[in-house]
Design a protein around this ligand. Structure first.
Ligand code: SF4
Length: 353
């Protein structure tokens, strides 16, 4: 087993750049950390940026791995984007709640990367701005070194080529897996060799365009229902893409066949009952808009968080579909339902599982 091997670097001026890991909580970056520590290569900070939409398996691994790191004297932090202005919207806390509020999809579904910038990169940078070793390094004109877990697979070769020439004024970048010539199988083996009770697997938001069709078979029912809701809520604004997978792939030379919409795949594969999908599409986006409209004029501190509404949605509570003429009656119905759901979201999700 690894020992705590972090040197005490920050007594006086740093004699080297602080080394931080942008940990994705997946196989590659986990294997990179393990091997770095085994080799005695310093890591001063591991950060995980939580969008709020990771697979439950990933959250379980995070709960295991962060204390494991701390036991080895590696500072480990979960950072989050903190929304602070909600305009006339209900307060939201996660990327998916942000999308549901706006009636859109994560930007990656449109071929952009602002979801990752906003929910992954920005909160890490915000944390580092108040991290003393980084402050001191930057004040002295130096750069913080970031370790990136790109491996030697064809896909990561492309990602690497896209960023290799970047010259950032605050960060230098190192790609240890590529230095070692490691691809995914080597990373898998490295984690297995550590003898952990859990394996991180692949990590990403559960509704990310990068999710492969077979991964949806492993998603909990509540997550599949939320995917259907997200696509249905965004549907009126979708002109350039068909859904979370953007465009259908026929599966000739461009990879595995799949529709552009995850909902279509979930229906095809009978991962949810067709009647449940139809009901979500028909009722839930309207109910969600009504929920938002009903509290738009309230002071933000009096608004009901979107997470509460989603808890009822996960729990199949029919009261979110209530269709009163008066919006304030809808809100009071919801508040009654929310107060009855004393269970935490995890319990509510089990009801839908
Ligand atoms: S995992 Fe996908 S959806 Fe989530 S922030 Fe990254 S690119 Fe966006």
């Amino acid at each position: 087993m690894l020992q705590g091997n972090q040197p005490d670097l920050f007594t006086g001026l740093p004699n080297r750049a602080p080394v931080v890991v942008a940990w994705g909580a997946g196989t590659d970056s986990t294997a990179m950390i393990l091997e770095m520590l085994s080799r005695g290569d310093p890591i001063d900070l591991v950060m995980f940026a939580d969008t709020g939409d990771e697979h439950p398996r990933t959250y379980a691994f995070i709960e295991f791995f962060l204390p494991w790191l701390k036991d080895r004297d590696v500072q480990a932090e979960v950072v989050r984007y903190q929304p602070s202005t909600f305009k006339n919207w209900p307060p939201y806390k996660s990327l998916s709640e942000n999308c549901l509020t706006n009636g859109t999809l994560p930007s990656i579904a449109f071929g952009f990367s602002s979801c990752s910038q906003k929910w992954k990169a920005a909160p890490q940078h915000t944390f580092l701005k108040s991290w003393e070793p980084a402050q001191r390094t930057w004040a002295a004109g130096g750069k913080v070194q970031k370790l990136i877990g790109y491996d030697c697979s064809p896909r990561d070769n492309i990602r690497y080529r896209q960023v290799a020439a970047l010259d950032d004024p605050l960060y230098s970048f190192r790609y240890p897996l590529r230095e070692w010539g490691w691809a995914r199988d080597a990373c898998d083996k490295r984690i297995l060799a550590e003898g952990f009770p859990l394996h991180p697997g692949k990590s990403s938001c559960m509704m990310c365009t990068a999710v492969k069709p077979e991964e949806l078979h492993d998603a909990p029912v509540w997550a599949l229902r939320r995917i259907v809701l997200m696509e249905a809520r965004a549907a009126p604004r979708l002109t350039s893409c068909e859904g979370l997978w953007r465009k259908a792939i026929k599966g000739t030379r461009t990879g595995q066949p799949r529709p552009g919409s995850m909902t279509a795949y979930i229906r095809q594969q009978e991962l949810l009952k067709s009647a449940d999908i139809d009901r979500i599409i028909e009722m839930a986006p309207k109910a969600l808009v009504r929920f938002q409209d009903a509290q738009a004029s309230l002071p933000v501190q009096n608004r009901t968080p979107l997470a509460d509404w989603l808890q009822l949605f996960d729990a199949l509570d029919e009261r979110i579909f209530d269709n009163p003429d008066k919006p304030d009656r809808y809100l009071s119905t919801l508040h009654q339902a929310i107060s009855e759901h004393k269970a935490d979201p995890a319990e509510a999700r089990q009801i839908a599982a």
